[in-house]
Design a protein around this ligand. Sequence first.
Ligand code: GDP
Ligand code: MG
Length: 300
Amino acid sequence: MSEENKIKSGFVSIVGRPNVGKSTLLNALLGEKIAIISDKPQTTRNRILGIVNPPGAQIVFMDTPGIHKPMHKMNEFMVNTALRTYNEVDVILLLVEATEPPGAGDRFIIETLAKVKTPVFLLINKTDLVKKEALLPLIQTYSTLYSFAEIIPLSALKKDLGGLIEAILKRLPQGPQYFPDDQLTDQPERFIVSELVREKIFELTKEEIPYSTAVVIEEMKEEPGITRIHAAIYVERDSQKGILIGKGGAMLKKIGTLARLDAEKLLGTKIFLKLYVKVMKGWREDDRVLKNIGIITEGE
Ligand code: GDP
Ligand code: MG
């Protein structure tokens, strides 16, 4: 690459406990619905790359799974993935909420940052919910916990990003353009579709179901004018299968229809979506399933 072609480019990781607004922030940065938003925690189980191209620069954002203390095997993988990411990026964005003082979840993440050399920005999100006066004491409290490179109050929901992009650009090295201009995400379409199905399950079923659910796209065929997708929803118990299918298949049909409509909008193509429910006891501890849904990547 010649000198004059050089731009500023780099990778930025977004971390924060569940529900602080990571996906909302990513969507605000991208201006498109790529990261899936839910008001239930931990919707984002995989890393999503979002790409923003300000003039003369390219920022690649990574939405890491909600990092918290490992509880079982799946969460351990998520935490390890997040920790490894820290050293591979140029800036780390730690999202916290303006509405409350640092909690156990925030403090745990800050502890994991202890030996990290990458600059960490503290983003105090949801400022639309608090009075301005509440911010200063919060900033002071957080400053005693960590030496943040920047502290930026913002509201991801209101798309009021408080100069975040400009602050990131200051920290990026000169580098290549990693992705073409028109590419918003490197996630394959199948991932977007499986996340949409999971989002509908979150919206339509009770608490217990989503956490024991994995969606695996088993077949995806692009034909002229239509994409045919077969997706399996894995659950852990027969009772959960019953709930997901619903009376006369009504629940599954509703999940499928809503996911299909969103997917068609997002991917700009007609979609035929067929859903199955499969019972697989202990899938959360099963490496093959975890690999299939992208929690473990090859070589780990
Ligand atoms: P994640 O789990 O960290 O990815 O959080 P989400 O992006 O899914 O957001 C969790 C909830 O917080 C959703 O209901 C969002 O609408 C809400 N939220 C996110 N950012 C803001 C904000 O700036 N202001 C307000 N009022 N709500 C927000
Ligand atoms: Mg999220």
